[in-house]
Write a protein that binds this ligand. Sequence first.
Ligand SMILES: [Zn+2]
Ligand SMILES: [Zn+2]
Length: 161
Amino acid sequence: MFIDMKQIDRHPGSEFKRSGVCDFSAVLVEEIAPLPRPVKVEATVSGRAGLLYLTLSAEYDLVYLCDRCNAEVVRHEHQVFRHLIQDGYLDSTAAGDEDVVQPNPDGKLPIDDLLWEDIMLAIPTHKLCREDCRGLCFSCGSDLNQGDCKCGQNKQVKMDE
Ligand SMILES: [Zn+2]
Ligand SMILES: [Zn+2]
């Protein structure tokens, strides 16, 4: 999916919307596909104070393995990501802390790579199946969420920092 910057009306207050799906089902990270189903996205380009903003509103199923017990977790997510679009009207000092994205020389702004990066950055640092996941026993490998383990040590593999 991409946005053709030539279609953008630069009048203040104007909005350009484009909806679509991005498919990342073939992209693997550490042997699992974090986004196995198509990601629904609505892209909005809006002008404010002489700047052009890109807002990506995304709905998707995020899959990851629990850091403690290795169980597969599927979370339905709805996230909104915002970027500033670099175009001829923007001088670099105006950008401030905003994340600036640049259209290709042909005036097309590709969405897929940007969205993938946004979603990956939004994954929590501690990926857990649930807050109080007990993890796996260090000695025997039993899933301590299923009850006490055979070896009786109940040692968790990974502790929080
Ligand atoms: Zn877990
Ligand atoms: Zn054990």
